[in-house]
Design a protein. Structure first.
Length: 248
């Protein structure tokens, strides 16, 4: 995506490819079983590792959209399937697809681009496989980390309901990156829900917000490390204060 090309060099795309491939190899078969898409567009596709898995699973037509730096980083999909696009501007797609995928993209976009981005994603297909980084998740170029319920409200305003069918299938699978385990939600329009009656929308009163243990432990360890780093200074300050009190 052009808007994030500042943060994503060809080298970084290549580094991310292996982990993304493992996650996609586990997750895509579940998506195929649930939705049976014949055409897929990936908005913010990186080098196309997820689309490559959809192609391997039998999807007839794929389109990947991202910044030029992704195109230059050894694409995993045919070049003809790739288009350079800017997620901060409305996307012009040749037609609507059966499924739109946009995974760990939204956090790289400015907050004031969120509405345009969600407009583009929801216009691309009647059902969407979506994930985005939550607050304190961290990562290169993360400038708009939001809770899952934040994005749910954006999709809901456009007539898409949350279906939490993927997270239970991949939760705890060490082959799937923890951020996908934590964040991956299906959003379905009324059209998609009618076509796939086995999809059950999450009740509106139930929150989607979820933190993976790996992130929790990382933040806990960071907090402990900061505490240990400041402990000598705190002890020294306490000793000096005690000595001053004794001297008076």
């Amino acid at each position: 995506m052009a808007a994030t090309s500042t943060y994503y060099s060809p080298e970084l795309y290549a580094k991310q490819r292996a982990g993304s491939h493992r996650s996609a190899a586990i997750t895509v078969p579940y998506v195929m079983e649930l939705l049976r898409p014949r055409s897929v567009v990936d908005i913010g596709c990186g080098v196309g590792t997820w689309l490559a898995e959809f192609i391997a699973a039998g999807v007839e037509e794929c389109r990947g959209i991202d910044g030029a730096s992704a195109r230059d980083a050894e694409l995993k999909i045919p070049v003809a399937c790739f288009a350079v696009g800017d997620m901060t501007a409305p996307l012009a797609l040749p037609h609507r697809y059966d499924l739109a995928v946009s995974l760990e993209v939204a956090e790289h976009l400015p907050a004031d681009a969120a509405e345009i981005y969600i407009d583009s994603v929801t216009a691309a297909a009647p059902v969407i496989l979506f994930s985005a980084a939550i607050p304190q998740q961290g990562g290169p170029g993360h400038i708009n980390e939001q809770w899952q319920d934040f994005w749910r409200e954006k999709f809901s305003a456009r007539g898409f309901e949350a279906v939490d069918a993927i997270r239970p299938l991949i939760w705890g699978n060490a082959e799937v990156a923890w951020w996908y385990q934590q964040n991956t939600i299906i959003y379905a329009s009324s059209e998609a829900l009618a076509a796939h009656p086995h999809l059950s929308p999450v009740p509106k009163e139930r929150s989607l917000n979820l933190v993976h243990p790996s992130l929790y432990e990382r933040q806990l360890n960071m907090g402990l490390r900061r505490t240990l780093e400041t402990l000598p200074r705190l002890v020294a300050h306490a000793v000096k204060s005690q000595m001053r009190r004794r001297a008076t």
